[in-house]
Design a protein around this ligand. Structure first.
Ligand code: NI
Length: 153
């Protein structure tokens, strides 16, 4: 495994739409493993492939309950709403309140190419939405209702 460089806001790759993974090749597996290592190294709760300069629909998340790897994730159901603080490894030092669904259902493939459905509530729902947005070139600051000072977090 290796650390990859995290692209930051202003890098145009963050604004591009990532392509679907058609085949889970060894390079996709390496990408997943590098993304997990890079996310932990940066103390993040999620990372999307465009953030390491790869325009593929690949996401890793760990909100403290173990790593979740998602290939071609799709939001298939949402319920309710929540407003809460959000940050991003690509926008260091910035926190802002974003409205997200309270609950989501996401369909994705695992690294073996098997389809699974994950249901997330609260922070997990927020992380899933935030990372899937990255795959479509959307950064959380596009959706911030109010920026927060560090003391307010
Ligand atoms: Ni982010």
């Amino acid at each position: 495994m290796a650390l990859r460089q995290i692209r930051t806001d202003g890098d145009e790759i963050l604004r591009k739409k990532a392509k679907k993974v058609e085949q889970i090749t060894p390079s996709i597996i390496t990408l997943l493993e590098d993304m997990v290592e890079t996310m932990y190294n940066a103390d993040g709760v999620g990372l999307a492939a465009p953030q390491v300069g790869v325009l593929r629909r690949v996401v890793v998340i760990d909100i403290g309950e173990g790593v979740i790897e998602l290939i071609n994730p799709e939001l298939i159901e949402t319920e309710g709403e929540q407003i809460g603080p959000e940050g991003c490894l690509s926008v260091p030092g910035v926190t802002g309140e974003v409205e997200r669904p309270l609950k989501v259902k996401v369909k994705a493939l695992n690294r073996k190419g098997e389809e699974f459905i994950i249901e997330g509530e609260g922070l997990l729902a927020r992380a899933l939405c935030h990372e899937i947005d990255h795959l479509d070139g959307i950064i959380f600051t596009d959706k911030v209702i109010r920026y927060l000072d560090e003391e307010e977090e």
